[in-house]
Write a protein that binds this ligand. Structure first.
Ligand SMILES: [Zn+2]
Length: 608
């Protein structure tokens, strides 16, 4: 029983034209020494300090109708003068961040994450919370509804009114969408699911519901029924161009391009719809992996500062591995489409010189200052714990399958982690995943983990895929738009004849700007730097439209004069082109693979 006074919250989309929510928090029995309040510095799932307190534009406190003085004691903490209570703090919060981790409000809709609007009452975080979500004041918004996985405590379905949470941790783990969204429902393994799509779109919502049902049922059965949540909500924001997701215990907030949603009548799942399904699959898998199976370092979260763990390779990488694998196993992706996506993921790693600099364990630890704060040197200094993490998961899965003759796999390791830690609410210690993997597989895996997580040695992708009857080919890129995954009609020797700059570029009006200069590449050797604007090649004007054709006429080892502006100073560089490196991966099913490899592949992909 918890009969201590509940914390009462209220939030209202108040000044739509100024993008401000009004939020309040009432404590019946404030700390007699002066109650302290704080806004989180970050939101779980997005490992960067965001300082949500910067969007507080006004804040005051009152008790029984009289003002109470409020002192700011740090960037995100306030202390009220001692009073008997009840004590209410009222804040106005600016909301103009249309990302999955922020808050956004205008005359068309409102969206918020709890860490942006709900003050934490220090020392009383374990108290139960009542929440009133109040409607906007204007009559133009009379048709607005509410979509959230927050438990209802009197509010009607999709209605404004009373909601609640068991504690502060739960209160801030259910984002809320308010507006005139499209709404659909389905049931997966007995659990009611909802989809709310906001933003202009022309999606075949019935199809999205049908496909997500198939995916969700597969994932629930993967971990074992019953599902750990009693309902689930997909909050989708469709925009012109966008991509992102954030996981929560019973919902996810997704931002996608409206073109990623299927049009009515479209038969095949095109590449863009597969992108959307992959994103939904990723965030849904997090319902178990990171929201419940979570590092001891996050148990509980410290919301005011960085929380360090070396395990993000497992929570993000393993989730990235299973997002597309779940789609192929449940039949929403064809095996050849899956192999194409895997080929692109390997290509991305091969084009990251930073894999020679940063280990996966370091990438995870430094996520706060590196992965989430990437600059022009990022490709040379960083490796992604999503990308390389998912390929470590692949290596681990195929290694275990191969060494146990298909009797065990990474599936067994993940389900064991769920049973041992997630289901019972225990944090995973830093060595927990490696220990469970060894126990479940019966294999000595420590030396492999040392190499794959704590060194920069290359992953044995060719050999592990060969054991599953998949040939891995690495060739030079056909051109700048070649992301890998697909075979080339040209022989590798011909592709290597392409001259490359060793830099990434972006068109800026008529200028070609170097965004990243890669370690050891031709541009770096010539002295070019990120930020330089290339204006001429061998005395001929370079524009974003002409660059590829100009490069195509050059050959490796050829020398060229390059003119470029660094800031407003014109410089001349002597550049010797390099041959296109073999950094583009294609995977093919080996039609002559042995029976053993065929069996392994069937067990892995769940089909022929
Ligand atoms: Zn993720």
């Amino acid at each position: 029983m918890n009969d201590r006074p509940r914390i009462r919250y209220r939030v209202q989309p108040k000044h739509l034209e100024a993008h401000r929510f009004e939020t309040s928090c009432t404590v019946a029995d404030p700390d007699p020494a002066g109650q302290r309040f704080a806004l989180p510095a970050w939101i779980p799932g997005s490992y960067a300090i965001r300082d949500f307190a910067k969007h507080v534009v006004a804040i005051r406190a009152e008790s029984r109708g009289a003002g109470v003085s409020l002192t700011k004691t740090s960037k995100d903490t306030w202390r009220a003068a001692p009073c008997r209570g009840p004590l209410t703090v009222i804040a106005e919060i600016y909301a103009w961040d249309l990302s999955v981790r922020g808050a956004h409000l205008d005359a068309t809709h409102g969206f918020f994450n709890g860490p942006c609007v709900f003050l934490r009452v220090l020392g009383k975080e374990a108290r139960a919370c009542d929440l009133e979500i109040a409607p906007p004041p204007g009559r133009r918004q009379a048709g607005w509804r509410v979509a959230t996985s927050l438990p209802r405590r009197g509010a009607r379905a999709l209605g404004f009114g009373a909601y609640g949470a068991a504690d502060y941790d739960e209160l801030i783990d259910h984002p809320v969408e308010i507006g005139t969204f499209t709404h659909a429902t389905f049931t997966a393994c007995g659990v009611p699911h909802e989809i709310a799509i906001t933003g202009r779109h022309a999606a075949d919502v019935a199809r999205v519901a049908r496909d997500l049902k198939r995916l969700c049922e597969w994932q629930i059965r993967f971990f074992g029924t019953p599902a750990p949540m009693d309902r689930y909500v997909f909050l989708v924001t469709a925009v012109g161009d966008g991509y992102g997701g954030l996981e929560h215990r019973a919902s996810t907030a997704l931002v996608c391009s409206r073109d990623d949603l299927p049009r009515p009548g479209a038969k095949e799942a095109g590449e863009s719809y597969r992108t959307f399904l992959g994103l939904a699959s990723h965030e849904y898998f997090h319902t178990w992996n990171v929201k419940r199976i979570r590092p001891a370092a996050f148990t509980p979260y410290d919301l005011q500062r960085e929380n360090y763990t070396a395990l993000l390779w497992a929570f993000e990488g393993v989730t990235s591995y299973y997002d597309d694998l779940a789609l192929v196993r449940c039949g929403l992706l064809k095996p050849e489409e899956y192999l194409e996506a895997l080929g692109r993921a390997i290509t991305q790693l091969l084009r990251t010189p930073g894999r020679h600099r940063q280990t996966l364990a370091e990438a995870s630890w430094d996520a706060w200052i590196k992965y989430y704060r990437q600059d022009e040197n990022a490709p040379n200094a960083l490796v992604s714990y999503y990308g390389k993490g998912s390929l470590v998961a692949l290596c681990l899965d195929l290694h275990i399958r191969s060494r146990t003759a298909g009797r065990k796999s990474l599936d067994d390791v993940i389900v064991a982690l769920w049973r041992r830690y997630g289901r019972v609410g225990l944090g995973v210690p830093e060595d927990g995943i490696e220990r469970v993997a060894e126990e479940v597989s019966g294999l000595k895996l420590r030396p492999l983990f040392d190499k794959w997580l704590r060194s920069t040695e290359e992953l044995p992708l060719g050999p592990v895929l060969a054991a599953a009857g998949i040939d891995l080919e690495v060739r030079p890129a056909e051109g700048p738009s070649d992301r890998g995954g697909k075979p080339s009609a040209k022989p590798a020797a011909a592709l290597a004849e392409r001259a490359t700059l060793g830099a990434r570029t972006a068109g800026e009006g008529n200028d070609v700007r170097l965004t990243h200069v890669l370690d050891g590449g031709a541009a770096q050797r010539a002295g070019l730097a990120a930020g330089d604007a290339i204006v001429a090649l061998n005395g001929i004007r370079v524009t974003p439209r002409s660059l590829d054709a100009q490069l195509a006429r050059l050959r490796p080892a050829e020398r060229a004069r390059v003119h470029a502006f660094r800031r407003d100073e014109l410089h001349e560089f002597a550049l010797t082109f390099a041959a296109a490196p073999a950094d583009t991966c294609v995977l093919r099913v080996d039609k002559r693979a042995a029976v053993r490899a065929l069996g392994l592949r069937r067990g892995w992909l769940g089909r022929e």
